[in-house]
Ligand binder design. Sequence first.
Ligand code: AMP
Length: 193
Amino acid sequence: MTARRIIFMGPPGVGKGTQAQILQDKYSIPQLSTGDMLRAAVAAGSELGKKAKDIMDRGELMPDDLMVSMIEDRISQPDCVNGFILDGFPRTVPQAEALDSMLARKGMDLDRVIQLKVPDEILFDRIRTRAAQSETVRADDNEETLRKRLTVYHAQTVPILPYYEAKGLLHVVDGTMTIEQVTNALVQILETV
Ligand code: AMP
């Protein structure tokens, strides 16, 4: 069996997006980034985008019900029939529970949950580099917002991990390795039965 429905968990700047992009090409399954979807809504100036902008700039989380219906719509698209990589969802225990019942209704299971782990100090270094290197700096790529996003991650997202561990789905990968080493570790996990 090759894993197809995958969740990437980890703090901001850990490399979830980078790895999800590499693996979506390797396995021909889409990366579903709720952060990217929200940034698209902000750029489009939609009602959702207007609401999202302030919340994202403050480093807080969007309401669970909005995020759950956003991901449900996305998972129902034809390109998700062979699987998907969730990047940035679920971020709270209620989101994880809603995802479970949504997948159960569709007769689907999760295959792997992968936690990318990096100490907080290294994330500050990385976010400084990302802000310095990108052409369009994300409004939430600054130290103050990162501090807030990390607090939110530890308080709201980390409590999901025991939930998946109890289901035997959780795998932990050291995110301080090089991009290539992390990809290799992920491939090992995804291709091991
Ligand atoms: P990201 O690009 O995944 O770091 O997400 C950027 C921002 O979008 C987060 O700091 C939140 O404000 C919002 N966001 C993204 N995904 C979620 C989610 N699953 N639940 C709540 N808020 C989210």
